[in-house]
Ligand binder design. Sequence first.
Ligand SMILES: [Zn+2]
Length: 464
Amino acid sequence: MATMPDDLAALDAYLAATRDDRLESYMAFLRIPSISALPEHAADCRRAADWLVEAMTTAGLEHVEAAETGGHPVVYADWLHAPGAPTILAYGHYDVQPVDPLDLWTSPPFEPVVVRDRILARGAADDKGQVHAHVMAAGAILATRGAFPVNVKYLFEGEEESSSVHLDAWLASERDRLGADVAIVSDSGFFEGNLPAITLSLRGLMYAQIDVVGTAVDLHSGTYGGAVQNPANALATIIAGLKGPDGRIRIPGFYDDVVPLSESDRASLAALPFDDAAYQRQLGLPALVGEVGYTTLERRGVRPTLDVNGIWGGFTGEGSKTIIPAHAHAKVSCRLVADQDPDRIFEAFRSYVEEIAPPGVTTIVRYLGGGSPSLTPMDHPATRAAARALEATFGRAPVYIREGGSIPVCASFASILGLPVVLLGFTQPDDNAHAPNEWMDLRNYETAIRAIAQTFDELVDLPR
Ligand SMILES: [Zn+2]
């Protein structure tokens, strides 16, 4: 359904008239130091949740509450008066990262300042700015039209920056109340050069540890060397066997569930402004390497990986000590892509490591954790709706990106609530999220409010 020009004009007029108040409100939200990882800020997290409850009530949303989770509360609200229309679940988080090193901040992290078009503060971009834009969009829609075109549910969590420890259990217990047709996750951003972007996929993770154990204590390498297996050598043999010189992971069945890249997927990645040489220079590396047959953007975004994250054992002090180490260890993780399952990948990894482990030592493989990948195709109607809204408000068609990292909540929405997820975020790539001097471009923030409103309009026709 196309939005009536009068509706848009009224929304724009309202947003222009309320701009100063909105900035003040944004800054008040940013002043609350809601660092979820630090116990001494637990009361601040609750204060941020209560602040949101009040702001969302003022916006005209209903059933607003700070719901208990066992950790920091989840803020929930809804507006469900569009019978027959789709239901949208909007997600963001009100907690923020710690602020150290404090001395690198040019102004105190919880005293927001506006410098030209940027607002500087911890959380300005990740993710309080985006949460605030959603609340302001809700208020603007209800103030100018009295109704949303769709049903909306809001879920703003307070533990995203500390692993969302309590979220999955809460989602499972609230499954009925959270029923929807699509989830809009606003915790991502634009591409280099402030290009509007929609993130289509996120990678999952499988994390394991390999322990190779020989004797109870280190052995003298002169007395025993040559007659016994060396756990460090054995571990190196195992690691060397995990990948081929072509960059392919050798675990049998590893690629079985990988959703193949379509021609249009590859074309859209190839169309992104990305310069391999500049990337290599920026990293200061003599060469870029990776799986044969794939580009750098494909390797780091849409292909699964296997990397040793740490390796230790034996003597590592200064000088020399002639021993055969008693044991050696490595932490190994795989970034996974749709539809790889972390548990199945771990089982395949374990049996392959056991198969290639040299004799004469005991090799133990342990699972340290994992998360599922997520993918919503470019041609999904909800992706298309968000793309139309971005183009209409930011003035150019979005690019499609594949994020190499993870936002675990996306996998949870898919697995627990059965929802497709659209990642609609508005920050800039160099916004210093998680670092000193985090900032949000106020023009992006203001236009995000209109983009969110327009996305709801575009989602009216979402097939259900
Ligand atoms: Zn975030």
